[in-house]
Write a protein that binds this ligand. Sequence first.
Ligand SMILES: C[S@@+](CC[C@H](N)C(=O)[O-])C[C@H]1O[C@@H](n2cnc3c(N)ncnc32)[C@H](O)[C@@H]1O
Length: 316
Amino acid sequence: MLNQRVIEFGGSTRSPDRLLEADCVEAQAGLVDESLDLIYMDPPFGTGIVRKSGDANYDDRLSDPDLFLEWLAPCLTGCHRLLKPSGSLFVHLDYRTVHYVKVQLDRLFGRQHFVNEIIWCYSVGGKSRRSFGKKHDTILWYAKSSDYLFFPQEVAVPRKGSSHMRVVMDEDGKPVQEKTDRKTGKVYRYPISAGKVPEDWWTDIETLNHSDRERVGWPTQKPSRLLERIIKATTEPGQRVADWFSGSGTTAVTAQRLGRSFTVTDRSPEAISCAVERLQAQGSMLAGQGQAPPNLVIEGPLLSRQEGASGTRQEC
Ligand SMILES: C[S@@+](CC[C@H](N)C(=O)[O-])C[C@H]1O[C@@H](n2cnc3c(N)ncnc32)[C@H](O)[C@@H]1O
């Protein structure tokens, strides 16, 4: 039986944010077709181990890529059904399964709706004497249709001084990067202050280290800045973001901070508990600043274990 709890932040008239303790496919079954603007998902990577961090853990033992794909495929199908025509799907994986999932997504969404293969680079992790260091994850971006939303200026990054272009002052005395096309002689100018649209390889967002203040102890917690770039690039305030593998709630917490609505799920009650704690703390802070987020509805069979709202601190 499903229990429900509501955390009221008092203020916003937007429809509530939702946090469900459920299997990904079961959670999708209750949702209306074409109702989501963005789906980000960070499923287990098929590492063959139980991922642990302190007391928190989740099962990541499905290491055969064919079986992994068989398991994930119904969830990917559900994503296609639930996205609005202007919506986007981001699937976060690594070298173990990404090629299998890419082929499945090409079939499901159509190859013409593949937008980017984002390479998220980081420096932490082990080294090997038998191969180059494996220091990146891959995030596949698919659009539901050719009319997908993209707001590149919302995620502009600074232009690097070491670029191949020369820096000169424009007529107003402002620095611009400049290059001349050798064939045509045409001069291209890019104001430094406008920044630039990031490439499809991201080296400027590091994984969370042990002393990071953002870290809550959930294994493989992703940095909020990573979700911020994805959410800002593809949604407008008030639109709805989903994540079926919420873990510590990074997608939900980032969406709440950026004024987007969210529906997120995880099958682990400990993960839900962890996300509730983060959302409640941030929601109360935003309400105190006069920017109350929508109420938060939490649903799940084991809800009585999630006592964040009554003031008991849960370790996650
Ligand atoms: C890689 S972690 C997500 C981490 C998250 N992005 C964060 O920043 O904390 C994967 C999550 O998927 C959840 N999970 C695994 N199988 C699931 C399923 N069938 N349905 C829903 N959640 C599942 C696990 O409990 C785990 O929390």
